[in-house]
Write a protein that binds this ligand. Structure first.
Ligand code: ZN
Length: 616
C-alpha cells in the first residue's frame, strides 16, 4: 500500500503518506504497529483516550543511513452531518463552514491544526501536527456526493524546495472526536504540543502585568520626544506602568519603517525627532517610574540602511517570482549572519538604549523559502527563524533577567511561545469585538505566558458608555493596553480609564488567574466568564446563555457591554447572592438593591457600559 490507513472511528479512516528519497516503495504492515517500506522502518504508537488519539511515529532506515523527507502528512474525510463550522487555529478569521480551506503554517506563523465543530461549538473532529517548526499546509473542503463529507489534507514540507535531510524523524498527530467544547479541545491540543516540544514557560516578571500604553494608533510613526513625554506623563497619572514606543523612533519619513528601499534596520534613533532618545527613556524610567519597551521588526532591513551597505544586504532573502529571484525585505533566518545580527540588535537595545522590554513584530512576514545564493546553516526558514528568535529571547534575558519579550498572535504561536513571555492579539483599532474574538483564540493556546489584547483605541468623540465597553473588554482580555492621544482626550474619558485601571489593579490576581471560558460558540465570543472566588462576566450581547456558577464563587462582577439597559441573567447558583450594587460607566456606584433571589433568571437594570456587582 502506498499509504498507511488507520481507523480513527468506524466512519473515519486516517491515511498517512511519506514521500522519501531514496523512495521505499509500498508499505507492509508488521506486528506491533510497525511498517516497512524498502529499507525504511516506521514505528507507530497509538494512544487512545476518551475520543482522543495521539498517533506518534518514528521513521528511520534499517542501517541508520541518512535520507531525505520530501514531505509527509495525512488525509481523511469527515462525515459532514452536524459539522457547522471550521476553526483553523492558524487563520483566525474563518467564521462559518468554508467551501474550501487552505492555510499554511511554519515556526514563523500559525498553528497546524484544524477543528470541525458542531453548531453549539462542540468538537466533531480535530486534527493537528505535533511539530510546529516545519512548513505545513492544511487544506480541504466540502464534498457533496453521497452523504457528504469534509475532506482534509495535511502536508508537511509542502514546498518543493523544503526538504529535510535526517537519520530519524519523529512527529505525532493529535486526533479528537471527543464531543467537548472546542475551547477545551483547543487547550488540550496545545498541551499535547507543549509536551511534544518540551515547552517550559519562561519567567514572567511582575511588571509584565502592568497596564500598557502604546504610541502606534494615534500617531503611527509620526512620533517625537514631545509626543512621547506628554503621553507618558498622563499614562503615569492614569495608572499605566509600561510604555511602548512603537514604530517611527528610528526612521525619518512616514512609512519608511516598512520600505524595502528605506533606512530601517539600523536602530539608530532619529535625531530630528528624538535629539536624546536614550535620555528620554532614562527620564521616563526614573522620573515617571515607567518601564519602557521599543518596537522592532527583527528581520527587516531596508537597502538604504548603513547595516545593509556594510554588507548585511547579502544576508537578505531572495524569493522567486515567476522565473526571477527578487529581493525581500527580510534578513534570511537560514543565514549565519542573521543569527549574529539578532544578538547585536538585542545587545544594543538593552545595553545601550537601556530598554526594559521589546515588542517583536512581523516575524510572520518572512517568506516561505529563500533562493538567495548565500550560505544556509538551517534546512528551512522555519528552523532558522526558531534559532533566531531563541537567540533574541536568550540574549535579552541574559542582559536583563526581568525583560519582557512580546509577540502578537500570528507569529506568537505554539512554537514561538518558547521565546516570549507576553502574547497579544493583533491590530483591531476601534473594534473591541474583534479584539475580544482574537483574545479568546489566544487564550486557547497561551498557557504559560501573560496574555493581553491589542492596545485599544477609540475616538475622542466616543460617548462614555462606549469608552467603558472598550475598557471592560481590555480588563477581561488580560493585561489592559491603550493606544490613545491622551492630551486630546476629554476629561471624562481619562476618568473612565483611571477607574478601570484601578479596578484591574484591585482585582488583578482574580482576573488573571481565574478560569476563563467563552459561554457561547458564536464567532465573536460575546459572552465570557472568568471564574474564581471573585468571578467576572462579560456580556457583549443582550442574550446570556444559561450556565452554572461554580460553588466556589462568592462574588460576581458583570460588565454590561450590550446595548440593553436590562440584563437577564439565567445563572444557576444565583440565589447565593443577597446584594446587587450597580455602577455607571465611571464605575461609580449608583444603586444598591437587596436580593431575595430564588433559583430563577435575575432581571436587573444596569446601564450599558456599567457594571453590576453581586455579593453574598
Ligand atoms: Zn537565505
Amino acid at each position: 500500500m502506498s499509504e498507511i490507513q488507520l481507523a480513527v472511528t468506524a466512519e473515519i479512516i486516517l491515511r498517512l503518506f511519506f514521500d522519501l528519497t531514496p523512495p521505499g516503495g509500498e508499505w507492509q504492515s508488521l506486528e506491533g504497529n510497525r511498517y516497512i517500506s524498502g529499507d525504511y522502518i516506521l514505528q507507530l504508537e497509538v494512544h487512545k483516550n476518551e475520543g482522543k488519539q495521539v498517533i506518534s511515529f518514528s521513521l528511520k532506515r534499517k542501517d541508520g543511513e541518512t535520507f531525505i523527507i520530501n514531505s509527509y502528512g495525512f488525509s481523511c474525510d469527515v462525515p459532514i452531518a452536524e459539522v457547522h463550522r471550521v476553526y483553523p487555529l492558524s487563520t483566525w478569521d474563518a467564521q462559518g463552514l468554508p467551501w474550501w480551506i487552505e492555510h499554511a503554517t511554519a515556526s514563523t506563523r500559525g498553528i497546524p491544526c484544524v477543528m470541525l465543530l458542531r453548531r453549539d461549538g462542540t468538537n466533531k473532529f480535530t486534527i493537528g501536527f505535533a511539530d510546529q517548526v516545519y512548513e505545513t499546509k492544511i487544506s480541504g473542503g466540502l464534498r457533496f456526493r453521497d452523504e457528504g463529507s469534509y475532506h482534509l489534507e495535511g502536508k508537511k514540507l509542502f514546498l518543493d524546495s523544503t526538504k529535510l535531510k535526517t537519520t530519524e524523524h519523529k512527529d505525532a498527530f493529535y486526533v479528537s472526536t471527543a464531543p467537548q467544547n472546542w475551547f477545551d479541545v483547543a487547550k488540550d491540543y496545545a498541551s499535547f504540543v507543549d509536551s511534544f516540544i518540551g515547552y517550559k514557560p519562561n519567567p514572567i516578571p511582575d511588571w509584565a502585568y502592568e497596564p500598557v500604553y502604546c504610541s502606534w494608533y494615534p500617531y503611527e510613526d509620526k512620533i517625537n520626544e514631545k509626543i512621547i513625554w506628554e503621553n507618558a506623563r498622563i499614562a503615569k497619572e492614569v495608572g499605566i506602568g509600561t510604555f511602548l514606543i512603537d514604530a517611527g523612533w528610528n526612521t525619518e519619513k512616514d512609512g519608511e519603517w516598512s520600505w524595502i528601499d528605506g533606512r530601517y534596520g539600523d536602530y539608530i534613533p532619529c535625531e530630528s525627532k528624538f535629539p536624546d532618545f536614550k535620555g528620554l527613556i532614562k527620564k521616563m524610567q526614573t522620573e515617571l517610574g515607567l518601564k519602557v519597551e521599543v518596537w522592532f521588526a527583527p528581520f527587516w532591513l531596508g537597502s538604504q540602511s548603513e547595516t545593509y551597505k556594510k554588507g548585511l544586504g547579502a544576508a537578505r532573502c531572495k524569493v522567486r517570482e515567476g522565473d526571477k529571484l527578487v529581493d525581500n525585505i527580510n534578513l534570511c533566518p537560514q543565514n549565519p549572519q542573521t543569527l549574529k545580527r539578532m544578538e547585536e540588535i538585542i545587545r544594543y537595545f538593552f545595553q545601550e538604549l537601556g530598554v526594559d522590554g521589546i515588542w517583536v513584530d512581523f516575524v510572520d512576514s518572512l517568506p516561505w523559502e529563500c533562493g538567495a545564493d548565500h550560505q544556509h546553516i538551517f534546512q528551512t526558514i522555519g528552523e532558522g527563524a526558531s534559532a533566531c528568535l531563541e537567540k533574541i529571547y536568550r540574549t535579552a534575558v541574559s542582559i536583563r533577567p526581568d525583560a519582557v519579550v512580546e509577540y502578537r498572535i500570528f507569529h506568537g504561536n505554539l512554537n514561538n511561545k518558547r521565546y516570549l513571555n507576553v502574547l497579544e492579539t493583533t491590530d483591531t483599532p476601534h473594534n473591541y469585538d474583534d479584539n475580544r474574538r482574537f483574545g479568546v483564540y489566544v487564550r486557547s493556546f497561551a498557557k504559560g505566558v501573560a496574555v493581553k489584547t491589542d492596545p485599544t483605541m477609540w475616538s475622542p468623540k466616543c460617548p462614555p458608555w462606549e469608552v467603558a465597553k472598550h475598557c471592560a473588554t481590555m480588563i477581561m482580555g488580560g493585561v489592559p493596553a491603550f493606544s490613545l492621544d491622551f492630551p486630546s482626550l476629554p476629561q471624562s474619558h481619562i476618568k473612565i480609564i483611571s477607574a478601570y485601571i484601578s479596578f484591574y489593579k484591585k482585582h488583578r490576581k482574580e482576573l488573571l488567574q481565574g478560569e476563563f471560558r467563552p459561554l457561547t460558540a458564536l464567532p465573536s465570543f460575546p459572552v465570557n466568564l472568568i471564574e474564581g472566588e471573585e468571578s467576572f462576566l462579560y456580556v457583549g450581547q443582550s442574550s446570556v446563555p444559561s450556565f452554572e456558577l461554580s460553588s466556589i464563587v462568592k462574588e460576581l462582577f458583570v460588565f454590561n457591554c450590550s446595548e440593553k439597559e436590562e440584563l437577564m441573567l439565567p445563572i444557576k447558583g444565583i440565589s447565593r447572592f443577597k446584594k446587587a450594587m450597580i455602577y455607571n460607566e465611571y464605575l461609580e456606584q449608583i444603586e444598591e438593591i437587596g436580593l431575595n433571589q430564588e433559583e430563577k433568571p435575575l432581571s436587573i437594570k444596569v446601564p450599558p457600559g456599567g457594571m453590576l456587582h453581586l455579593s453574598g
